[in-house]
Design a protein around this ligand. Sequence first.
Ligand code: NZQ
Ligand code: ZN
Length: 388
Amino acid sequence: MLGNFTYCNPTKLYFGNDALKGLKEELPKYGKNVLLVYGGGSIKKNGIYDDIVKILKDCGKEIFEDGGVMPNPTVEKLYEGVERAKKGNVDLILAVGGGSVCDYAKAVSVSVFCNEDPWDKYYLRMEDVDNKIIPVGCVLTMVGTGSEMNGGSVITNHEQKLKIGHVFGDNVMPKFAVLNPEYTFTLPEKQMVAGFFDIMSHILEQYFSGEDDNTSDYVMEGLLKSLIHSARIAVKNPKDYEARSNIMWTATWALNTFVAKGKTTDWEVHMIGQAIGAHTDATHGMTLAAVSIPYYKFIMPYGLQKFKRYAVNVWNVNPENKTDEETALEGLKEMEKFMREIGLVMNIKDLGVTENMLEGVADSTLIMEGGYKVLTHDDVVEILKASM
Ligand code: NZQ
Ligand code: ZN
């Protein structure tokens, strides 16, 4: 059942190979001081940085730079960003990069006026924002997280071995996002396919949950089919604009609250993946890929009919003369074949996890309650073992 809800997504999107013109439209709406946030330098190599700086200057902005945001941004970097934003008295935070840069920008946005440790307040205690927020805008260069149109912000605390995401409300979502598929052409193949699987995982985390047969399930099946089709094309030809643009659009809709309507949502694959990330700093999408098949095989008996539907509707498995279990398993087999075909990491050993780390990773795994089975600590260890 869809249930009762209010729906609003306040992020304005500019999409296409001329999307940067949207930045010129948006900038005049904000004050003079802009914190320009970016990662480890890819935007300087591919020229996006120069284009952005020119537009900022043409619009009369004072630029305060905050580069060096690492993949899986850390709490130490967050504290540094807060100081930079304070010093610049910034009116807008412009994130130019992937999910890490966008997530970090949101974290800084809510933390500048927070009068206690933002890690404790927002990530450990998951409290709402009750202080002033600095608006965030995004120019996306890596596709996968959906961070460009959602309130999610994931921060890693290596000392505490925790990687935690806070999903902030409408007021923290980016005010605008520039989505130019061509910006993703320079991504290394490993990052590209990790992003593809992140999208798939976001959809599956919502699909495999709650009651079936509402609009969200049908939309998700469509998104998955589009993603699988386009990913196969993009892996062969990363510069195929049509495939890359379809994937970019799919990523945004996979995680912007829309398909969650009517679903309890699971997110356990992400919780295990994030725990692996906290221990290894591995690429987000790969942590999900390495545990997904063992996880889904583990929970399949608890949601068998949905796994059968997934096999038939998404992977075109013919259910005739097969038990429900056989059909469902064949769907997971097709999924695994696709994952290997596009070049994902399929075990956690390759991400740096060793046998003696499994208990610790399980300890760092948050247990969610929206999926088909609420895992125990031992269940997590079993799934991790099967992922080795
Ligand atoms: O740092 P630079 O030099 O820019 O290089 C980045 C980085 O090394 C590179 N890159 C990005 N765009 C590029 C490019 N290289 C060449 N050309 C380009 N156009 O790609 C690398 C990875 O970037 P990153 O932003 O870390 O990747 P992603 O977008 O996958 O973001 C991952 C982070 O987002 C969080 C993850 O946990 C992780 O911390 N997530 C955020 C979510 C959300 N906001 O809702 C949900 C997700 O499930 C996820 O947890
Ligand atoms: Zn993800």
